[in-house]
Design a protein around this ligand. Structure first.
Ligand SMILES: N[C@@H](CCC(=O)N[C@@H](CS)C(=O)NCC(=O)O)C(=O)O
Length: 214
């Protein structure tokens, strides 16, 4: 059985945005049977030797698929796609495009969005230059994404893949201020197209019913 380690309780600010949602969305799309091991973050469930064996950085998500342990949301999605034969092409060239865009989502795009978000959480009002730099970095990435998406429905191939799950989630939770993404209608409609999928809606509904804020 596929066991998915996800939050059962997490702080209110993070609830609804956490990276276990990427895996929960993928298993919905792939229609894979799974069970959830609910982890209570405030109760320190992630900071145990047992959990560190699954997830070395004490983070969610992780999976244990009949003894195959994988952490890191990108690695989990690629593993599940290869295992199920869904949301990834079967040929090496197509698979390479999906892997390429999974890395782009989690490295090239998520990094500046996260950096700006963390800056804004911690800003003391005296950080004009760093914020200007981070905002410029975000706009450069989003402008290039806008160019790439011209004439494309999905990010890596003609079909929806696990790279779209990662990219759409990064764009959904990494942008607090819609004004940042507003100049990029192609990126905005791409994100909204992915988030309109029934599997994502079901995922969010089940997560909200199950995961407590605390
Ligand atoms: N690179 C990891 C990042 C995982 C991550 O940041 N997880 C957060 C939740 S979204 C977490 O577990 N935070 C709890 C902590 O670090 O204490 C991935 O993509 O899976």
């Amino acid at each position: 059985m596929l066991t998915l380690y996800g939050f059962s309780k997490v702080n209110a600010g993070a609830r609804g945005k956490t990276r276990d949602l990427r895996v929960l969305w993928a298993v919905q799309e792939m229609q894979l049977p799974f069970e959830i091991a609910g982890m209570n973050h405030p109760a320190q469930d992630l900071s145990t030797d047992a959990y560190r064996c699954l997830s070395p950085f004490e983070q969610i998500p992780a999976i244990d698929d009949d003894g195959v342990v994988v952490s890191e949301s990108g690695a989990i999605l690629i593993y599940l796609a290869r295992k199920s034969g869904r949301l990834i092409p079967g040929d090496r060239a197509g698979e390479a495009q999906v892997v390429r865009w999974c890395f782009a989502a989690l490295d090239t795009v998520e990094m500046p969005l996260l950096a700006l978000m963390v800056h804004d959480w911690t800003a003391d009002g005296s950080c004009g230059k760093p914020r200007e730099f981070l905002t410029g970095w975000v706009h450069r990435v989003l402008a290039n994404l806008e160019r790439w998406l011209v004439g494309r429905d999905f990010i890596a191939t003609d079909e929806f893949t696990v790279a779209d799950i990662l990219m759409a989630h990064v764009l959904a939770v990494g942008i607090n201020d819609e004004g940042l993404i507003a100049p990029y209608p192609g990126v905005t409609s791409y994100r909204d197209r992915c988030l309109a999928r029934p599997a994502w809606r079901r995922t969010v509904e089940a997560y909200c019913a199950r995961v407590e804020a605390g």
